[in-house]
Write a new protein. Structure first.
Length: 68
């Protein structure tokens, strides 16, 4: 787990300008978002397209086959 993405000075400035409660809430929100992004990056996988591109002719062949 990483440390807080905001340093002490930045968190303190948020508290001074927005108030203690609001500054702390915003800093906590940023921390949660940072952790969630790290979690998503760790779980990232490559996606291979399995649906044919439009205009490949596959749909026409399938449609004519099922028309009877």
């Amino acid at each position: 787990m990483t440390s807080h993405p905001l340093d002490y000075t930045t968190r303190k400035a948020l508290c001074v300008h927005l108030g203690e409660t609001a500054g702390r809430e915003i800093a906590d929100l940023i921390l949660k978002m940072s952790r969630r992004i790290e979690e998503l990056e760790r779980g990232k996988v490559s996606v291979t397209r399995i649906v044919p591109q439009e205009g490949s002719g596959i749909r026409g062949e399938v449609s004519s086959h099922f028309r009877g």
